[in-house]
Design a binder for this molecule. Structure first.
Ligand SMILES: *Cc1c(COP(=O)(O)O)cnc(C)c1O
Length: 414
């Protein structure tokens, strides 16, 4: 594999060719190894495998060739073009059953009672709930501040020696806020604090947190990496190979949040087109943002590609393009939001993101229905807010569907 990696100079080629696991029949694609266990030639070989003296698979909760392919692809992409100490950066990825499984495995593998974790207030709902409802039982406290305020971040880190991990998610749900990975990592490293980044919204094509010396990256591979909405999955990527191979591999195996060969196969096929898809996703998203900005029924558009987004410059600094996620506010609130969502004909009414098709959700009536209005609004989730994962359909079809479905002020007045 390493000789092949050396000849790959492009991101797209790396996504397509890296990680391939040869098999004895010379199958073109790495097969789906639907096997729970692996056969030993002898007791002695079993012993060598268990003692790690000999490389080889033992049991599929611990590893499987179809899963290895996806893991190696993700490592190759997250480290793509990054040189550290004159060597290409080496990473290890561990595939999980979901994004949440990858996140919780790291938190449980790294943190202990009495430790604190520092994060931004705009987080994926599941991550937020993990910090609110599961970590406190273990005596681990999450401190949530606005990490876009670098002075506040510095002061918080300075005044609390219990903080052991800085947890970043950028861009984040649903107002598409960004935090500065480089500035925050420099601060954290001064105090030897671990930095972990959820890179789901950006993907390694748009943003590579390992450029800035972070320690860990997560993905919900369910989203853009799979790209077709065919499987739930997650991955934890780390650069401390000893930690990843020993402690983290142990924690992963014991918690049992392993992926499976079929989902891993789907993921590897999806990753092959990541570059093409992201280019088109981002191009479409910019068009949609400009279109919405000019529409009279829309009072606000949150898209990182617009100069009006408060985190526009942070995004420009650390992302290749501003991504495929945006949100916008309808002037007439909850009713307008529901009406608009119901009128859509091509775009899909669904939560989740990162699929080929355009997905729209209305947080006030869906994901955040149970959250009191005042609390929702603190996080920027107003009644008329619509979240959109812009797909890779032809742009005219997306714009036509939006145009047809948005309230038409002249019509309403008539
Ligand atoms: C979806 C998502 C997750 C959780 O991933 P699952 O695969 O649903 O467990 C975590 N972080 C972000 C940013 C997400 O979008």
């Amino acid at each position: 594999m390493s000789s092949q990696k050396k000849i790959l100079t492009g991101f797209g080629s790396t996504a397509i060719h890296s990680g391939h696991q040869p098999d004895s029949n010379n199958a073109h694609l790495t097969p789906i190894y639907a096997s729970s266990t692996y056969v030993f030639d002898s007791a002695e070989q079993g012993m060598r495998r268990f003692s790690k003296e000999e490389k080889g698979y033992i049991y599929s909760r611990w590893g499987n060739p179809t899963m290895t392919e996806a893991e190696e692809k993700i490592s190759a992409l997250e480290s793509f073009g990054i040189i550290k100490n004159n060597e290409p950066l080496q990473l290890k990825s561990i595939l999980h059953s979901s994004g949440m499984a990858a996140i919780s495995a790291l938190l449980l593998g790294k943190l202990k009672t009495g430790d604190k974790i520092l994060s931004h207030f705009s987080l994926y709902g599941g991550t937020q709930e993990l910090m609110d409802k599961v970590l406190p039982q273990l005596g681990i406290e999450a401190i949530i501040v606005d990490l876009r305020d670098l002075n506040k971040a510095e002061e918080t880190l300075k005044n609390d020696d219990k903080i052991k991990m800085l947890y970043l998610e950028t861009p984040a749900n649903p107002t598409i806020q960004c935090v500065d990975i480089n500035e925050l990592t420099v601060m954290a490293k001064r105090k030897n604090i671990i930095v972990a980044v959820d890179n789901t919204f950006a993907t390694p094509y748009l943003q590579q947190p390992f450029k800035y010396d972070v320690d860990f990256v997560f993905h919900s591979t369910t989203k853009f990496l799979n790209g077709h909405g065919t499987a739930i999955g997650g991955v934890l990527v780390g650069k401390d190979l000893e930690f990843m191979n020993e402690r983290m591999e142990k924690v992963h195996r014991l918690l049992g949040g392993n992926s499976n060969p079929f989902d891993a196969f789907l993921l590897s096929q999806g990753i092959k087109t990541l570059e093409l898809r992201m280019e088109r996703h981002c191009k479409n998203a910019m068009e949609v943002a400009k279109f919405l900005q000019q529409n009279k029924a829309v009072s606000k558009v949150n898209y990182l590609g617009l100069a009006s987004h408060p985190d526009h410059s942070t995004a420009e600094k650390q992302m290749l393009h501003p991504g495929a996620m945006l949100s916008f506010e309808l002037k007439d609130g909850l009713e307008a939001g529901k009406k608009f969502i119901n009128k859509l004909q091509m775009c899909v009414r669904a939560v989740s993101l990162g699929t080929c098709d355009t997905l729209l959700s209305h947080p006030a009536s869906m994901t955040h229905f149970g959250v009191p209005k005042e609390k929702r609004e603190q996080y920027g989730i107003t009644d008329g807010l619509i979240r959109m994962s812009v797909g890779i359909e032809n742009i005219d079809d997306i714009l036509n569907d939006l145009e047809r479905s948005l309230p038409n002020p002249s019509e309403e007045g008539a």
